[in-house]
Design a protein around this ligand. Structure first.
Ligand code: NCD
Ligand code: ZN
Ligand code: ZN
Length: 353
């Protein structure tokens, strides 16, 4: 069975500065193994991507390393609004971290958030890490400024209910949820420990059930692939975040098999809506071949992500990526990544449109 190449609008590929966790070359190998043919990379790197110079640095790394197509987010700071118009157009979108999470990027002042929203004219939306009361706050600011706000990794019942109400009133907002918030809960924490720690944290079963119940207002499934090494996770101060690029499609195909998701909705969530929201070009002759009947257990080891672990290890799934084809070239087949570093293109390159 063929699916369009998945578009993952929320991944951390750790270049520059975190190459021991992941690189464009290793992260996009994981993407292709998971059926993902476009990744949008987050700006909380070292240094963070906040101006023309750091953007050029990340883009050069991606151009050399990426094995699938990619976009790069700009990160909002207290002092970088307004970002130059040409730079806005080159970015996947603008990322604002309102809440505390991994990395130094944070914007806490209403005045600064307003300034970013009023001046954003990029080809993609303003994506926000906003939890709890910041969800209605950012939804209101989207409506007041008329700027499209995309909510990253929505994880709680009250948040998705708020998004439903705001969407019903026509607010210019969209949202994504992650596989870990759809499949794992705080009940898994005793078993997973730091390997189940991420932001937003795993929530209650009621929160997880609400995400499934409100799936009709969810626009995208995004992994929030946030790799940290086993050593870092076992340290006294483990950083938050879990990998997800290779496990998402098997989990979603399992949900289709169980009747919890239609194949059309799966394609909406992983391809059509991400493409429309982020204004991405078509990838001609690009697709994923899956075996929807393959039953297997997600393993502890053997992943392409550099960190080599998964919070989903041990789960029985039904559905497997057989082959991933990008622009007519077989990029992944029979457990091997064939696409070379440097074959991926920036989604904002004019030649793609
Ligand atoms: C992310 C990371 O490690 O970069 N961590 C996480 O827990 N999700 C940052 C983020 O997306 O908030
Ligand atoms: Zn986040
Ligand atoms: Zn993230």
């Amino acid at each position: 069975m063929r699916l369009p190449g998945l578009i993952d609008v929320h991944v951390h590929l750790r270049e520059p500065g975190g190459e021991h966790k992941e690189t464009f070359a290793t992260g996009t190998a994981a993407a292709l193994a998971g059926g993902v043919t476009t990744v949008l990379a987050m700006p909380n790197t070292s240094p963070p991507i906040t101006d023309a110079e750091t953007f050029a640095l990340a883009d050069a790394r991606a151009r050399a390393g990426a094995r699938c197509d990619y976009g790069i987010f700009l990160g909002a700071t207290d002092t970088n609004a307004p970002l130059p118009a040409a730079l806005q157009q080159r970015a996947a979108g603008l990322k604002i971290y309102v809440n505390d999470t991994f990395g130094p990027l944070r914007v806490e002042s209403l005045a600064v958030v307003m300034r970013h929203l009023r001046h954003w004219r990029g080809a993609g939306p303003v994506a926000v890490h906003a939890e709890g009361l910041f969800v209605p706050a950012l939804a209101a600011l989207a409506a007041l400024t008329g700027t499209h706000v995309h909510f990253c990794h929505v994880s709680r019942a009250a948040e998705i209910e708020t998004i439903r109400l705001a969407k019903e009133r026509g607010f210019p907002i969209t949202c994504e949820v992650t596989p870990h918030h759809l499949w794992l809960t705080e009940d898994d924490l005793p078993r997973l420990g730091a390997f189940g720690d991420m932001r937003p944290r795993l929530a209650t079963r009621a929160d997880r059930d609400a995400l499934w119940a409100h799936l009709d207002v969810v626009d995208c499934i995004a992994t929030d692939h946030a790799p940290h090494t086993i050593e870092e996770k076992q340290s006294p101060t483990p950083p938050p975040g879990v990998p997800g690029l290779e496990t998402t499609l098997p989990l979603l195909l399992t949900a289709v098999h169980e009747g919890r998701l239609s194949m059309e909705k799966l394609i909406d969530l992983t391809h059509r809506r991400p493409r429309a929201i982020f204004n991405l070009p078509a990838q001609p002759d690009t697709y994923v071949e899956v075996d929807p009947d393959a039953e297997w257990v997600l393993p502890e080891q053997g992943w392409f992500t550099k960190v080599g672990w998964s919070p989903f290890a041990g789960m029985r799934v039904r559905g497997r990526v057989v082959r991933t084809v990008v622009r007519g070239q077989t990029a992944f087949e029979e457990g091997r990544v064939l696409a070379l570093p440097g074959t991926g293109r920036n989604v904002r390159d004019a030649a793609l449109h």
